[in-house]
Design a protein around this ligand. Structure first.
Ligand code: ADP
Length: 516
């Protein structure tokens, strides 16, 4: 791990464009980072009503990165009014082709500024810069281009009703939507939410996570530069119970889309129900099983097991946190998995490393508590298990073997680089044990047998099933959870229905000459 002098400046490379004022961050690390730190409401960057700010940390150094305006209920109220006005006077009348062109322009702007955005993301979240650039930014651009393609293709149906009527259904935008997103993929989660909302003609009040608000605010500048009308997108950094709570309980927000923990998902749904019964979609936690069958390609399975649990420092809702390995290859798999994982490098995200720090001290502490529980409940620590030595919030890639289903580490979502390796004998048993969870977000299997793969895909209760791959995403592929992993689907065509109301219109026609 190196000292903080290696951390780059997120100074914007291009200064033309939106002409917005930006604040200097850097805090005690003394770096000349320039970030947008104000709320984005009605096309303007403004201080919060209360004048309060909060500190955003660089998780790799434990130093202050920026101070960001702290939005709360008063700011959400103003943002919702702006979003409502924009929706009713402008956005719902804007042609689909114009919505398409704006989104394509936004995607181009993101692509043109991808290095700067990836730098912000890595400074703020701690993820390796190469991943920010080649995964987060690449998928963000693709997501916006994908939904730009839908913007002029939202269409209804003619309904084949009995009698002399003309009946058709149209898909109208829902209206003002609230979006609350997490810190693990800050920009990409914003794209997953904004893409379908703006494509269908909704206006948005979005709250980024308090740990990682900076890339969403830079995105706001690009949204402004792309030419979206004022009030169409509003970005309110702030805390969950205040700013987030104000969105989910607002009487003039038509829908709330949330990604985060199952615990908070319940609070959001309750607030939605108790206020105006706004529509709710939730993308929540997971404890996803990855099954390695006896006939699996072992090298490929080891690679996937690492991607499954160590990618993004394990802070992925689909993390393969339960790895079931067939008893006949268990020892060989564990040996290869541990050897390969030992080669993972961890440190300054701007160096050539495979892992950065966890996002926050709180997350680091939670993960260390789980590691302690794993040890005390009798699991065998095959690798890692310690914090990093620096001030950053590092946790070593950790592998537990001889884990049983009832242990805390095999049941609860850890959201960190902690792998549980379990043993199974028959496919039926693996499926049964895989399904024994309140979650149902994702699942994976490694096998060369198509019949085995299909049986697993059919019987496992999960929104995504990966066969001979893991953690592979595409904007065209629907994503979401069974059971307590969520409600509704993001991405793909399915996400569009989260943002539209179906209106049916029935018109009486002159009587037909022949009566049935
Ligand atoms: P994590 O525990 O991983 O930080 P959370 O579910 O707490 O995930 O947070 C995800 C998002 O939900 C963040 O933007 C956070 O601010 C927000 N949030 C947290 N609590 C609430 C709440 N009571 N109401 C609405 N949003 C909330």
């Amino acid at each position: 791990m190196s000292d903080s002098d290696d951390y780059p400046s997120a100074q914007r490379r291009r200064t033309e464009g939106s002409g917005v004022r930006r604040s200097h961050g850097g805090g005690s690390s003394g770096h000349n980072n320039t970030f947008q730190t104000k709320l984005f409401i009605d096309g303007q960057f403004v201080d919060s009503h209360s004048g309060k700010t909060f500190v955003v940390m660089n998780p790799a150094t434990g130093e202050e990165l920026a101070r960001v305006s702290e939005g709360d209920k008063a700011d959400v109220d103003v943002a919702v009014r702006a979003a409502r006005r924009c929706f009713e006077t402008t956005w719902k009348f804007t042609d689909g082709s114009r919505r398409r062109d704006l989104m394509l322009k936004l995607a181009d702007l993101i692509e043109r500024n991808k290095e700067e955005l990836a730098t912000i993301e890595s400074l703020d979240n701690g993820k390796p810069y190469n991943e920010s650039l080649n995964v987060d930014l690449a998928l963000t651009v693709k997501c916006f281009r994908y939904y730009a393609g839908w913007a002029d293709k939202i269409q209804g149906k003619v309904n084949p009703v009995d009698g002399s009527f003309f009946s058709f259904s149209k898909h109208e935008p829902l209206g003002v939507v609230g979006q609350i997103i997490p810190w693990n993929f800050p920009l990409l989660m914003a794209a997953w939410k904004l893409g379908p909302a703006l494509a269908t003609g909704c206006t948005v009040v979005l709250k980024p996570a308090e740990q990682t608000p900076l890339s969403a605010l830079r995105l706001a500048e690009l949204i402004h530069e792309a030419g979206y009308p004022n009030g169409c997108v509003n970005i309110i950094p702030g805390f969950g119970p205040t700013a987030g709570g104000a969105i989910s309980s607002h009487m003039d927000v038509d829908k709330v889309a949330f990604t985060g923990s199952t615990e908070v998902g319940k609070i959001v749904m309750e607030a939605a129900a108790k206020s105006n019964l706004k529509k709710v979609t939730l993308e929540l936690g997971g404890k996803s099983p990855l099954i390695i069958c006896e006939d699996a390609d072992l090298d490929a399975a080891v690679e996937a097991a690492q991607v499954g649990i160590f990618f993004n420092q394990g802070q992925v809702c689909t993390a393969s946190s339960r790895i079931y390995v067939h008893e006949r290859i268990y020892d060989a798999f564990v040996d290869a998995f541990v050897r390969a994982s030992k080669r993972r490098t961890q440190g300054n995200p701007f160096r050539d490393v495979s892992m950065g720090p966890q996002v926050s001290q709180e997350q680091q502490d939670t993960i260390m508590r789980y590691i302690k529980a794993g040890k005390s409940e009798g699991a065998e620590l095959a690798l890692g298990g310690r914090k990093g030595q620096s001030n950053g919030y590092f946790v070593e890639p950790t592998i537990f073997t001889n884990v049983s289903d009832d242990m805390t580490i095999a049941r609860e979502e850890i959201f960190g680089p902690v792998s549980c390796v379990l043993k199974f004998r028959t496919l039926e048993e693996a499926i049964k044990r895989g399904n024994r969870s309140n979650y149902g977000l994702a699942a994976g299997i490694f096998t060369r047998d198509l019949g085995t793969a299909f049986k697993y895909a059919n019987e496992i209760k999960a929104g995504t099933v990966w066969v001979n791959t893991y953690n592979s995403f595409d904007a065209a592929q629907p994503f979401g959870g069974f059971k307590m992993s969520g409600i509704g689907r993001e991405l793909g065509e399915y996400a569009l229905s989260n943002y539209t109301e179906v209106k049916c219109v029935m018109i009486k026609l002159p009587e037909a000459p022949i009566k049935n």
